[in-house]
Write a protein of this length. Structure first.
Ligand code: ACM
Length: 533
């Protein structure tokens, strides 16, 4: 039984009708702007799995072909990421107004195919081919921004690990990967004008697990791989707090002119850029250089400048530094995103995006700070920590793939799959309505997570719940939120994750196709720490 996550707006499965067969003679027939490139990306996956030739061609499509069409009017309302899919005895026809919509449709197709589509070793489909059930799908997302975040500062993850994550997120129709590139424990992106940021500043991570950073070419590889999957990379340089790595690399950024030692612990709120006039020249040059260099290698529209937990910065200094850093960021032409604390600054560039990370029931002044962005012409990304933070523990302290109990619990205790699935974005921040919400993001902070299997254990399956909240229609708009139905579809997704070798948590209550076997070992060995050379 096919199960699609996130649930499409409309899906008709005709189990009694003749399915489509993907066979050795199938072709991908592409027409319209960008369709051939999307077809090639899909063909790359399908060729590796089947060993079939699957040429991408133009012309007329036959009953054994998959047609990929980009053309205005393919989906109602011209939804940018919308698509329409028809499959059956006459072939597959996937149509969208944009290449982006077409790509989203290929991920539905991927989930409708047998899980062997995920194999990279030419599984050799049977002579009768692989089937796609007869189906009609019409689909478009609820929110424009559907993201996940990976903290590569507390623990560093290699480029190939990030690419794998991008592919898994694309399967769930997410369209943004926010990379938390800097924090107290490490600076992970090359800045040519401040080379010690990735010298001294990248030498450490939490618990002495070694350092690492992305060269500009590494970062470009991530951006390019993500772009082929219509995922935008959102770089975050966290300022003015969470800056010990930068401060340890450059004494002139410190008020006392003394560089602190590199930091390998997990405390927050102890570091800050300096707002005093004696440091103004160095700090403003730093802000201009880092925002310019990061913006230059970032084709996407956003630049995240942090702003959270600046507990070592006075309120007046915080507002001054936020004004200066957002000004420097906006000078690059990017739209600035900041954690909701940045809303304390009343001089944000119009349109600045606020990222809410309080709870489903807001605490402290999170509501007024978040509304400040909307008051200044911006919109909001919701990441309520008690339901959307992927680094919160699971209930019952399950051991992760390498034996450790993973995650934190400060956000109202552990977060179950049901909690990750059971919330509604509108109404969390009073006064913030549907049109004020740019989207939803699920962050993974990595204080306790040092390896790919651990990352996968925390991300999957809860990110699938967040993807559905971000994509599928709200209950008020006619969507449904049945935990039982979601669990059944998750079990189907699990077969794909199994084939991909993803070490997801086999959460109880989901009818996983392959039960956990005692002695299951993760596919990956513990990651070799990325030692700087
Ligand atoms: C955060 O969790 N400090 C944004």
């Amino acid at each position: 039984m096919a199960g699609i996550i996130p649930a499409p707006v409309s899906l008709e499965l005709r189990d009694d009708a003749t399915p489509f067969r993907l066979t050795e003679s199938s072709r991908l027939v592409a027409s319209g702007e960008g369709a051939a490139a999307v077809a090639e990306t899909f063909a790359g996956l399908a060729r590796a799995a089947t060993g079939f030739e699957l040429p991408v061609v133009g012309g007329a499509a036959g009953a054994s072909d998959l047609e990929f069409v980009v053309g205005i009017g393919s989906v109602p309302g011209r939804a940018i990421e919308g698509y329409a899919l028809e499959s059956g005895a006459d072939g597959v026809r996937l149509a969208a107004d944009t290449a982006e919509g077409l790509f989203r449709g290929t991920q539905t197709l991927r989930q409708l195919l047998p899980a062997e589509i995920e194999r990279a070793d030419a599984a050799r489909a049977p002579a009768s081919g692989w089937t796609v059930p007869a189906a009609s799908v019409a689909d478009a997302p609820r929110f424009a921004y559907r993201g996940a975040m990976l903290d590569v500062a507390r623990h560093f993850f290699a480029v190939d690990d990030v690419l794998d994550l991008v592919d898994r997120l694309a399967l769930l129709k997410l369209n943004a990967l926010h990379l938390h590139l800097t924090d107290d424990q490490g600076w992970r992106i090359e800045i040519e004008s401040w080379p010690e940021l990735t010298g001294i500043g990248a030498s450490t991570s939490v618990d002495g697990h070694g350092g690492g950073f992305y060269t500009k070419d590494d970062y470009r590889r991530i951006v390019e791989y993500a772009a082929a999957r219509f995922i935008t990379i959102v770089p975050e340089i966290d300022l003015p707090g969470h800056t010990n790595a930068a401060l340890s690399a450059y004494p002139e950024l410190n008020c006392d002119g003394v560089a602190p030692p590199p930091y390998e612990g997990t405390e927050v709120g102890f570091s800050s850029l300096c707002a005093s006039p004696e440091r103004e020249e160095a700090t403003d040059r730093f802000l201009a250089d880092i925002t310019r260099e990061v913006a230059e290698i970032t084709p996407g529209p956003w630049l995240h400048l942090g702003g959270d937990e600046s507990l070592a910065t006075s309120e007046a200094d915080f507002r001054d530094l936020v004004r200066r850093m957002t000004r420097a960021g906006a000078a690059t032409g990017k739209t600035i995103i900041g954690w909701h604390e940045m809303g304390a600054c009343r001089e944000l560039r119009a349109g600045t995006i606020g990222q809410y990370w309080s709870f489903v029931e807001p605490a402290g002044d999170a509501v007024s700070l978040t509304k400040s962005f909307v008051g200044q012409g911006g919109r909001v990304i919701l990441s309520p920590a008690d339901v959307a933070y992927l680094d919160m523990k699971y209930p019952d302290d399950p051991e992760g793939p390498l034996g450790a109990v993973l995650g934190l619990d400060w956000a109202k205790g552990p977060t179950s799959l049901e909690e990750a699935y059971g919330w509604e974005p509108v109404g969390i921040v009073p006064g913030i309505g549907e049109s004020d919400i740019l989207g939803i993001e699920a962050p993974l902070w990595t204080e306790t997570i040092a390896t790919v299997p651990e990352l996968e254990f925390m991300v999957f399956p809860r990110v699938a719940a967040i993807a559905e909240i971000a994509w599928s229609p709200s209950v008020a708009a006619g969507g449904s939120r049945s935990e039982v139905d979601f669990a059944a579809r998750l079990a189907a997704l699990g077969t794909h994750l199994d084939t991909l070798g993803v070490s997801y948590h086999r959460v109880a209550g989901v009818p996983w196709a392959r039960p956990l076997r005692t002695g299951d070992v993760p596919r990956f060995l513990p990651m070799t720490p990325h030692i700087l050379t």
